[in-house]
Write a protein that binds this ligand. Structure first.
Ligand code: UDP
Ligand code: MG
Length: 315
């Protein structure tokens, strides 16, 4: 429950965002200034920025109290940077997770906080609309449709990183040991009393998406493989089906042989098709097994999700 002047951390992963940071700072400051009854801190996770973002962040940390910068030793990716930021926000009463590019407008932060003060423990910002078009948008939509069917913990449609976690939910998230993190899925998995607000997702304020399409695909695969056994089960089903078909076909040939007593077997086409088809099914099967095995291997290695080079502005 909120203390009288609750401390709220805004957690923002940053990768090469020098083009948007000045505006982000300005808009955050305006939001914070309008809400003096909360104590605001910002936690920036510098995910190995190679542009001027690092300097902008440290300058802000020096100038603005309550600004923390977690500098990672290299680029670890959005999910790891988010985890680094949340780990540092453990002392806040609530943490807001958002992107640096203002696709998640900072002006919505008060609404998230009000929903939390109204009793919700995990507040999701649900997109009423989305600006992206084309392949990216189609990809997002296909993913949400598929993911909803595949897993026992469907993520709310049209939600991304943007939202608020209560202190207890942050602690729960930080205590999860896994390496392949799919934040929206884990947020659904940890539970807690939900709340939501609606918003229109904006166009990126400036710069290029730091997340390449390939990374998004990998992210989507992480989501599916870490929350569903269905791909494995499908393998079993297809094995059973192919096996049955093989049995029936075998029977057919045996009977045909007995009835006609043919000498020279035709059927090269059948053989070729069978070999290719079964080969394909087996390769897909090995691939799916490999997806799980690779993830198991990553977990077993117990390497940390990220490495911190230095922290600025943290006590
Ligand atoms: N980001 C990051 N590390 C990366 C890629 C992205 O910390 O390797 C940050 C980025 O600065 C932004 C957020 O993650 O704050 C979302 O990235 P982006 O806008 O590129 O992704 P999209 O909006 O396409 O999901
Ligand atoms: Mg973005």
């Amino acid at each position: 429950m909120p203390a009288s002047r609750p401390r709220i951390a805004v957690v923002i992963p940053v990768f090469n965002e020098e083009a948007v940071l000045p505006e982000l700072f300005r808009r955050l400051d305006a939001v914070f200034a309008a809400r003096p009854h909360e104590e605001w801190i910002t936690v920036f996770a510098n995910d190995g920025c190679r542009d001027g973002s690092g300097a902008l962040l440290t300058a802000r940390a020096a100038a603005v109290p309550g600004t923390r910068v977690i500098e990672l030793s290299r680029n670890f990716g959005h999910q790891s940077a988010l985890a680094a930021g949340l780990a540092d926000a453990a002392d806040a009463d609530a943490a807001i997770t958002m992107d640096a590019d203002m696709q998640d407008p900072p002006e919505l932060i008060p609404q998230l906080v009000d929903a939390w003060r109204g009793g919700a423990e995990v507040v999701l910002a649900v997109r009423r609309s989305r600006q992206e078009g084309g392949l990216r948008r189609a990809g997002f939509e296909a993913f949400h449709a598929l993911f909803g069917r595949l897993t026992d913990f469907p993520i709310e449609n049209n939600t991304g990183t943007f939202g608020l976690l209560d202190r207890a939910a942050v602690a729960a998230f930080n205590s999860l040991p896994e390496k392949h993190r799919f934040f929206p899925g884990l947020r659904a998995w940890v539970g807690f009393k939900p709340g939501e607000i609606l918003y229109d997702r904006q166009e990126r304020a400036a710069g290029q998406p730091a997340q390449t399409f390939r990374r998004l695909v990998r992210y989507a695969l992480d989501g599916v493989f870490s929350f569903s056994y269905l791909p494995l089960r499908l393998l079993t089903y297809s094995g059973v089906m192919v096996g049955l078909a093989g049995f029936v076909l075998g029977l057919y040939y045996v009977v045909k042989r007995l009835i006609h007593v043919e000498k020279a077997p035709t059927g090269f086409t059948t053989l070729a098709i069978l070999v290719l088809f079964l080969g394909g099914v087996q390769l897909i099967g090995i691939g799916v097994l490999g997806e799980y095995l690779g993830r198991v291997y990553d977990e077993v290695k117990r390497r940390p999700n990220y490495i911190v080079r230095r922290k600025t502005g943290c006590d």
